[in-house]
Design a protein around this ligand. Structure first.
Ligand code: ADP
Ligand code: ZN
Ligand code: ZN
Length: 720
């Protein structure tokens, strides 16, 4: 091969399904995973070197404009992970790389120099210090008077400039890393038999192995993770812990930092600034942080001494990215563990049906914690039939009475309602017309405090309509309850009791949630009203009564996963009750008291109803018993969507997959777009991949594809 027909292949960070070729630089050999800047269209783009290839001699190639890295930004295992993820989810490789890297690296910024941990006076300070030190220099010297390391943060701001100069002159030296303490404090608890057995098995794990840690709420799963990783930390290895959402992160981060020391542990999440994220990313990549606790994209953080991955609350749908690259961080974490040949633990009180199935098939090893770690018993669940109950703001007399008793005993009540706002709909009392979002096929939600109607799907807002758009009657009323209304009703009923509303309207940032949680933990009679945000991982010691206001919502959805999510949510919310000495009870309000899922659920265990749902999936040929992919398309005009999906149907490779559709999406209109989809089913993932690989080039080539936005969602989780 001579120089003329060698090209370099680049994953340019654009959402295009192809790889681009450029002329290699005249000097030096580029390694896969290095960033380059390349001319692209009229401008330039950042891209990733994939490798060298040969190309026909008559092609003229543009040269690379700039090589941005001296080394690959991701180690080879992670390069393979991005490659795998792009191929499996059929996403453009350049965009997959862009998603995997911190924003600043994606933009072409340099990898930061590692920031020093601290500073100390140089050994030969006597020779290098200025003979007549200035005031600031003198102050700095006094600050560092002993030869011990002083942490960067402990040096006053006004001395920073002097410090930089002193480092250049050599009388002060930067210290990159303080030697990590070898010992880590053990668990303050004496682990029970099941916990101890889980820890022993996890500690003995060598090489790739996936474990499902199924432990009832409050069974001490977190203690198991922490004890299982402790020896790794003592030997200097690194651990990745993936969590579903920011809301969960503070408690876990605090606990890890308290146990392992604040400097070994860092959180990575989207609420941080780009600069902060990059700094932590780089420190982890340099091996200076031992435990990374992060949300979805943390699955791509380089950790040179990675010894184990933990995925906490593995059932949580937020591990699946809903736009752009539709990857599942949990599934990619398993792939990463396999590529890096290390063990991975998936933990949950309510494992996903997929993971349960994998454990039953023997693909995952199954660890179980059946009892709560503290002396507390699991709460007792009771069904409250609503048919003949007198409802006030959605609360039955039975539930109100239980609230009153709980508060009088000095305990806390948690009421769960997965609907923000005052009322989920506004309708005409005369003709029944429901006020719709003009851009979506969904009703507008009334937010009384802000006096606005708001669409929860596209954000559209309007005022209370003056008259019914259909019949011009002015008799418009709200229908149904949201958390805002529930809070109002409770304030009237319990004027003396503090009431906390926990949802995205009341608390929009991490700090306000943390403050609320801290206040609530102060242990006095109070009512907490909240959405999904309340269900996740929080520990409220004084809550003894949990009320599920609207259980039935999950039973009527057309999403085949809705019953699974209902089950998980109820068990998780119920798990907030009676976590300490005081026993807990859970009241489930429903109009369908005989529903078999609720009956089974009310017996308290997650497993029997989960098994029943698995059997239903098996009978229906749905995941995890088959592979599913959705081809979604949207456009302003409905006929464009239909034309494209029908054409897509025509070119399906025969015999490999089964296609249903085109079907209108659950939400036919969203944000002004008409939406429809094809359901593609195959007996297994291998066959699905084979079909998609044959199908996709044809799809992309369809002329009707140019008039729609289409996405392929492999293993879809939320059907919207
Ligand atoms: P999970 O992650 O399963 O919800 P945690 O690990 O958060 O459970 O434990 C729940 C509570 O029980 C925590 O307050 C924890 O400190 C406590 N705990 C965990 N293990 C033990 C144990 N072996 N003995 C006593 N308390 C424990
Ligand atoms: Zn009307
Ligand atoms: Zn809308």
């Amino acid at each position: 091969m001579n120089a003329e027909n060698t090209c370099i292949q680049i994953a340019v960070m654009v959402p295009l399904r192809r790889i681009f070729s450029y002329a290699p630089p005249s000097e030096g050999r580029l390694q896969p995973g290095m960033r380059v800047r390349v001319p692209f269209g009229k401008g330039s783009r950042v891209g990733i070197v994939l490798g060298y290839a040969s190309c026909p001699p008559d092609v003229t190639l543009k040269p690379i404009s700039q090589v941005l890295d001296a080394h690959p930004v991701l180690p080879s295992a992670l390069q393979q992970l991005v490659q795998f993820g792009a191929a499996y989810y059929h996403h453009p490789i350049g965009d997959a790389w862009a998603t995997a890297l911190p924003t600043l690296l994606r933009q072409g910024r340099p990898l930061p120099e590692p920031a020093p941990q601290g500073y100390r006076l140089s050994i030969d300070e006597a020779q290098t210090v200025p003979r007549q030190p200035g005031k600031l220099q003198q102050a700095l010297r006094e600050h560092l008077s002993t030869h011990r390391v002083v942490r960067t943060t402990a040096i006053p701001k006004e001395l920073r400039a002097t410090l930089r100069q002193a480092v250049r002159r050599g009388w002060i030296e930067a210290v990159m890393e303080d030697t990590p303490p070898t010992q880590v404090a053990p668990s303050p608890h004496c682990l029970n038999t099941e916990q101890a057995s889980a820890v022993t098995q996890l500690r003995m794990a060598r090489g790739f192995n996936a474990w499902l840690l199924e432990g009832v709420t409050g069974s001490g799963k977190t203690e198991v993770y922490l004890e299982a990783i402790r020896p790794h930390l003592e030997s200097g290895a690194q651990i990745l812990i993936l969590v579903p959402e920011i809301g969960l992160t503070p408690q876990l981060v605090e606990r890890c930092q308290m146990r392992f020391g604040a400097r070994r542990v860092a959180a990575l999440h989207s609420a941080q600034s780009d600069g902060e994220r990059l700094r932590i990313w780089a420190a982890a990549a340099a091996g200076r942080i031992q435990v990374i606790i992060g949300t979805r994209s943390a699955v791509f953080v380089p950790l040179p001494r990675l010894a184990m991955i933990v995925v906490d609350e593995e059932h949580d749908p937020s591990f699946k990215q809903q736009n752009g690259w539709h990857y599942s961080a949990r599934d990619l974490a398993i792939q990463r563990a396999s590529l890096e040949n290390i063990p991975i633990v998936l933990g949950s009180a309510t494992p996903s049906l997929e993971s349960l199935h994998n454990a039953q098939k023997g693909r995952y090893r199954h660890l179980q914690l059946r009892q709560r770690a503290t002396s507390a018993d699991l709460p007792v669940m009771t069904i409250v039939p609503l048919r003949r109950e007198n409802l006030q703001g959605g609360i039955s007399t039975t539930l109100l009475t239980a609230c009153k008793e709980t508060l009088e005993a000095g305990n806390q009540v948690l009421l769960f309602l997965n609907r923000r706002g005052y009322a989920p709909a506004v309708l005409c009392h005369d003709c029944g017309h429901v006020v719709q979002c003009p851009r979506c096929s969904a009703p507008m939600t009334w937010h009384r405090r802000q006096e606005r109607l708001r669409c929860h799907h596209c954000g559209h807002e309007s005022r209370w309509p003056q008259a019914c758009p259909a019949c011009h009657s002015t008799a418009l009323i709200t229908a149904g309850q949201g958390t805002e209304q529930l809070e109002e009703v409770l304030r009237q009923r319990f004027p003396q009791t503090p009431i906390w509303r926990i949802d995205r309207d009341a608390l929009h940032d991490r700090d306000s949630l943390a403050t609320a949680v801290a206040d609530i933990r102060q242990n006095r009679a109070a009512i907490l009203v909240g959405t999904q945000m309340l269900a996740k991982g929080h520990h409220f010691p004084a809550v003894t009564l949990v009320g599920i206001i609207n259980t039935d919502q999950g039973l009527f959805s057309a999403d085949f996963r809705a019953p699974e999510r209902l089950l998980q949510t109820v068990v998780q919310v119920a798990g907030r009750a009676g976590r300490e000495e005081r026993p807990g009870q859970v009241l489930l309000q429903t109009h369908l008291p005989e529903h078999p899922l609720l009956q089974s659920l009310a017996r308290g265990d997650y497993r029997p109803p989960a098994e029943a749902l698995l059997n239903e999936r098996r009978a229906a040929g749905l995941p995890p018993f088959a592979a599913l992919t959705l081809l979604r398309a949207e456009a302003h005009q409905r006929y464009r969507v239909d034309t494209f999906l029908s054409a897509a149907c025509q070119c399906v490779p025969p015999a490999l997959v089964e296609i249903s559709g085109p079907l209108p999406s659950l939400m036919e209109r969203r944000a002004g777009f008409e939406r429809a989809e094809l359901w593609i089913q195959a007996p297994n993932r291998t066959q699905m991949q084979k079909a998609l690989n044959l199908w996709l080039p044809q799809l992309a080539g369809l002329s009707s594809a140019r008039h729609v936005r289409w996405t392929l969602d492999v293993d879809p989780l939320l059907i919207t």
